[in-house]
Design a protein around this ligand. Structure first.
Ligand code: NAD
Length: 261
């Protein structure tokens, strides 16, 4: 598992959940990983947990996606200090739940900025170094709502579709430079985000949280929730040299939920 020993990765939204699992997996494969999110203490804990047996050098960046100008300066300075980023994991917290009809335009604008504009600005920063290395991996953590919108996640469903088509368009433009761009679509995955969604649904419908979870499990052929590591395993493969000919895909990792309804 040392295919990434000479590679540097920037993993966003990595203080917990899927992003954290991706950081662990990329480090396990030998990459030097910088984890980014808002909570410095949690980031330090993640860094301390990453594999260093192949001489990897890990670090953290405190960033807030709601402040894109500061995000750009911090990541620019990071790239100058590490040389280049070969692997970018675009990931941040999902927009709040709610019906699309009730959403204010400011909610759409914020979600569009957090999910699409921040991905775009980070990509513009890392791609020159990737081109020079003739190697790059841009992997976006989106959602199965790209395939079928999820009831009650109005703003999220809308913005995820935009990110998926942005990603495919970019894949076509960057392929000649040895840079792949792919999106991973997690199904119901055991993280704080999922617990918050279940809790919100329980409060809105008057059900208890166990019933909400049982209903969700009933839609998953595998009969269980996914684990963050199972998303990260797929990200690790897409980041590896072995996946050089895979680009522009939306890959569900969902226990079969979107394969059959
Ligand atoms: P999570 O909420 O557990 O973690 C999100 C991460 O993003 C955290 O590290 C958090 O600190 C960071 N973050 C949030 N807001 C930020 C901001 N403004 N600036 C910088 N960092 C910020 O989420 P997760 O379950 O790990 O999911 C990751 C992504 O995958 C989310 O977009 C989520 O909606 C999506 N997703 C999750 C599931 C699931 O079941 N967990 C399913 C489909 C899609």
């Amino acid at each position: 598992m040392t295919q990434l020993t000479d590679k540097s990765a920037l993993v966003c939204g990595a203080s917990q959940g899927i992003g954290r699992a991706c950081a662990i997996e990329l480090a396990r494969r030998g990459a030097s990983v910088t984890v980014a999110a808002r909570n410095e203490n949690r980031l330090r804990e993640v860094v301390a947990s990453l594999d260093t047996t192949a001489g990897q050098k890990h670090g953290h960046l405190v960033v807030d996606y709601t402040q894109p100008t500061a995000l750009r300066s911090l990541v620019q300075a990071h790239i100058e200090s590490v040389g280049r980023v070969h692997i970018l994991i675009n990931n941040t917290g999902g927009p709040p739940a709610g019906p699309v009809f009730d959403a204010g335009i400011e909610q759409f604008a914020l979600a569009f900025s957090n999910h699409l504009l921040c991905n775009q600005l980070l990509t513009q920063l890392v791609v020159p170094g990737m081109k020079a290395a003739n190697f790059g991996r841009i992997i976006n953590i989106i959602s199965t709502s790209v395939i079928t919108p999820i009831r009650g996640l109005g703003v999220s469903n809308t913005v995820r579709g935009a990110v998926a088509n942005w990603s495919k368009t970019l894949a076509g433009e960057l392929a000649p430079h040895g840079i792949t761009v792919n999106s991973v679509l997690p199904g119901f995955t055991e993280t704080d985000r999922l617990q918050a969604i279940f809790k919100n649904k329980a409060a809105k419908t008057g059900q208890d949280i166990q019933d909400v979870e049982r209903q969700a499990l009933g839609t998953i052929p595998a009969g269980r929730l996914g684990k963050p590591e199972e998303i990260a395993n797929v990200v690790g493969f897409l980041a590896s040299p072995a996946a050089a000919y895979v680009t522009g895909v939306n890959l569900p990792v969902d226990g079969g939920r979107t394969a059959v309804q």
